[in-house]
Design a protein around this ligand. Structure first.
Ligand SMILES: [Zn+2]
Length: 434
């Protein structure tokens, strides 16, 4: 079997054990065929013949190689921005006060309803590009700024279409139960009726959502309201996930666990019983330090309790126009360490193997392992902790998506000099000829 692409002399962070950074494999090699990772091992285990027959070979000279990063919780499709609210919050207004005054999610809903599908696609592309430039190869995108059937479906169609034109896998979540829209003000039960009877069935019939999301929190929906939504989701064969525990404790995690949710997200307010329930259900805790930072919250998620009960911890940008206008997963991983006390190993696993689990993709994404999708990032550093330690350094040198080099800022995969593995004339000659 000839390999399509062979990476040699890499510092591999396979993320196949948790946590990951500590298990870096020096002088590692990775072989790709047909868009999948075919083999992972040490460079000196490869024969000259194997190297010589590979279509393309890159000597990475000790640079770090990780699975492509996975941003497992974003609201990337929206119109407008909420910079004015940022200024209001800095002047002392709270997130819930701004929402109650007609700002917050509802202001983005107004702008998003007024935007065409093409306008939404044009506005999301540069945001996505910022994430991809940092090695992201899979992203989850939620609806939730339409809150009517047509706009929710438009957002999901835009999210789905991105994966066709840009080298990224997009996983979609239907978040009709994001908040109560203006036309249902004071009638959350009637709005949930609409979501359950009209919007969700239409979204499911069109195949636009991979999962169903909701918000259980003070200021959001009650656990009983979201139970109705999750029951309908299950009847359509859709997995669920939940925004909860951002502002208080109103029964979100036990509900999520009951429905074997993929993830509970935010979780600053989380009890030990909640952790036990999530661990038992296999529900991932997705931490969103960007929202904590922007809202200048002080209560942190109970990371020690999550560790104690072995709840898998993911980290995500929560990229959205209000509480977390962040388009950098690396920055968010740094925040998860500095603000929440995650170790760099935990943050890296949280943006790769555990993030894959939060999307139900743990069997094919988030690890450098044989049979996994060949979604790979090459970094300008020798050890994983460097990705999290510095800010603003643009460390991503190259990205491989489904086995294809889609980004190569340093010419690692083009120049003969860089591509020729030391001591292997056969590989160098082959590369020049191809
Ligand atoms: Zn969110």
């Amino acid at each position: 079997l000839a390999f399509d692409l062979l990476l040699l002399n890499a510092s591999l962070l396979p993320m196949s054990a948790t946590p990951g950074c500590a298990t870096a494999m020096r002088d590692g090699a990775l072989a790709i065929a047909n868009g999948r990772i075919e083999w992972v091992g040490r460079t000196d285990a490869l024969t000259d013949e194997q190297i010589g027959s590979a279509r393309q070979v890159a000597d990475l000279r000790g640079r770090c190689v990780t699975p492509g990063l996975i941003d497992c919780h974003t609201h990337l499709v929206y119109a407008g921005n909420r910079a004015n609210e940022f200024a209001m919050r800095l002047a002392g207004a709270s997130y819930l006060e701004i929402a109650q005054a007609g700002g917050g999610i509802r202001s983005t809903v107004r702008a998003t309803r007024a935007a065409s599908e093409a306008e939404l696609r044009d506005s999301v592309a540069p945001r996505l590009e910022n994430l991809l430039a940092e090695g992201v190869t899979t992203i989850e995108i939620k609806s939730g700024y339409g809150l009517d059937r047509d706009t929710e479906m438009r957002m999901l169609r835009v999210a789905r279409s991105l994966g066709g034109s840009i080298p990224v896998d997009v996983v979609t979540s239907f978040l009709g139960a994001h908040t109560v829209p203006e036309e249902y003000a004071g009638n959350p039960d009637r709005y949930i009726d609409f979501v359950c009877r009209d919007a969700l069935p239409a979204v499911a019939a069109a195949g636009l959502a991979d999962a169903v999301d909701g918000w259980v929190d003070p200021g959001g929906f009650t656990a009983e309201q979201i139970r109705r939504l999750f029951t309908v989701a299950r009847s359509h064969g859709l997995r669920v996930k939940l925004h909860t525990g951002q502002f208080g404790t109103v029964g979100g995690p036990p509900l999520a666990a009951e429905f074997e949710a993929l993830s509970c997200d935010h979780l600053e307010h989380l009890s030990e019983d909640d952790c036990v329930a999530m661990a038992k259900a296999g529900t991932v805790a997705v931490l969103l330090p960007g929202a904590f930072y922007y809202l200048r919250e002080t209560k942190k998620p109970p990371v020690d309790l999550l560790r104690k009960h072995r709840v898998p911890i993911a980290v995500s940008t929560d990229s959205n126009p209000g509480s977390s206008p962040i388009q950098s997963l690396l920055l968010t991983m740094n925040m998860a360490c500095v603000l929440f006390g995650l170790t760099p190993d935990e943050a890296l696993a949280g943006a790769t193997s555990i993030a894959a689990r939060a999307l139900g993709l743990q069997d094919r994404k988030g690890k450098l392992a044989s049979g996994f999708d060949a979604d790979i990032a090459v970094w300008d550093c020798q050890q994983g902790v460097e990705l999290i330690y510095a800010l603003g350094t643009r460390p991503c040198l190259a990205v491989i998506k489904a086995g294809r080099v889609v980004r190569d800022r340093a010419g690692l995969f083009t120049s003969d000099d860089a591509a020729a593995p030391r001591g292997s004339a056969a590989a160098a000659n082959h590369n020049r000829a191809s």
